[in-house]
Design a protein around this ligand. Structure first.
Ligand code: DGL
Length: 281
């Protein structure tokens, strides 16, 4: 990691922009902080309009464009769609952007194909993500013999947004177990967490499926790719201090702050979170 910083010059102090329909994209921010601790990050969570996963393609595209424009106005150097739903059905909005764009589906597909031994890959995501078939298409392009079992897990996002993700919670455990039944029955040895909220449920998912099933968190490989991109294009931030993280949400800042502090494992005080109205931008 440090080697790359020595080899490449560093030259872009603008922040990295990350957006999601709500809290879930913080699982990607957590990984970004691991790989790129000195980068500033501007996060937008559309908490006033979550979930995206139950909406039409047109609505998801419209929201994605508004989220991206918000970040462009914050002068970010690149944008990460830390939302499986947007990545699955609205990645084409990236062609309109003046900065590089990264989504989370292709990285997850690549990691899953690398991880599987029996070629049976599970995908869990929102209804819109599963309906799009994007993970399956990308997996099959890399491994045509793969058997993909995709399951929409509509109740996972509300559980996470509500702060219910303890593996000891019987409601959480039984809900996860019921949704993952086809994954278990079909003998998947690898499971893509195709929604950025789902890594929060990782412990429960492991408890249900057992340690032998590899769980793919797209935030990890996406963050790795972003790091490589910044290095190769001389776009790393040259500062040596820990990056500044600013958070914007479209609903109450307080509830976001409390959950985000737990998910990120860092204290997020009120100066770091602002409520914005995308309609007024
Ligand atoms: N974070 C979104 C995703 O990754 C899921 C939540 C939603 O439905 O908006 O798909």
């Amino acid at each position: 990691m440090n080697k790359m910083r020595e080899v490449y010059s560093v030259s872009d102090s603008r922040a990295i922009g990350v957006f999601d329909s709500g809290l879930g994209g913080l699982t990607v921010v957590k990984e970004l902080c691991r790989f790129l601790p000195n980068e500033d990050i501007v996060y937008f969570g559309d908490t006033g309009r979550v979930p995206y996963g139950t909406r039409s393609r047109e609505t998801i595209r419209k929201y994605a464009l508004q989220d991206e424009n918000f970040l462009i106005n914050k002068n970010v150097k690149l944008i990460i769609a830390a939302c499986g739903t947007v990545s699955s059905v609205a990645s084409d909005t990236a062609s309109l952007l003046p900065v590089p764009f990264f989504e989370v589906v292709s990285h997850a597909a690549r990691s899953a194909v690398k991880a599987t031994k029996n070629g049976k890959i599970g995908v869990i995501g929102t209804a819109a993500t599963v309906k799009s078939g994007e993970h399956e298409r990308q997996i099959k392009a890399l491994l045509p013999s793969a058997e993909v079992t995709a399951v929409g897990c509509s109740l996972f996002v509300p559980l996470v947004e509500e702060g219910w993700y303890s593996e000891d919670d019987v409601v959480v455990f039984e809900t996860v177990k019921r949704y993952l039944k086809p994954i278990k029955e079909n003998g998947c040895d690898t499971l893509i967490l195709g929604c950025t909220h789902y890594p929060v449920l990782e412990k429960v998912i492991k408890k249900v499926l057992g340690d032998e099933v590899s769980l793919i968190n797209a935030g990890t490989s996406t963050s790795q790719t972003v790091k490589e991109y910044l290095c190769e294009n001389d776009m790393l931030n040259s500062k040596t201090d820990i990056g500044i993280h600013s958070f914007y949400v479209s609903d109450k800042a307080d509830s976001f702050r409390a959950q985000a502090s737990i998910l990120l494992g860092e204290e997020i005080d009120e100066t770091k979170v602002s409520q914005v109205d995308l309609g007024n931008l």
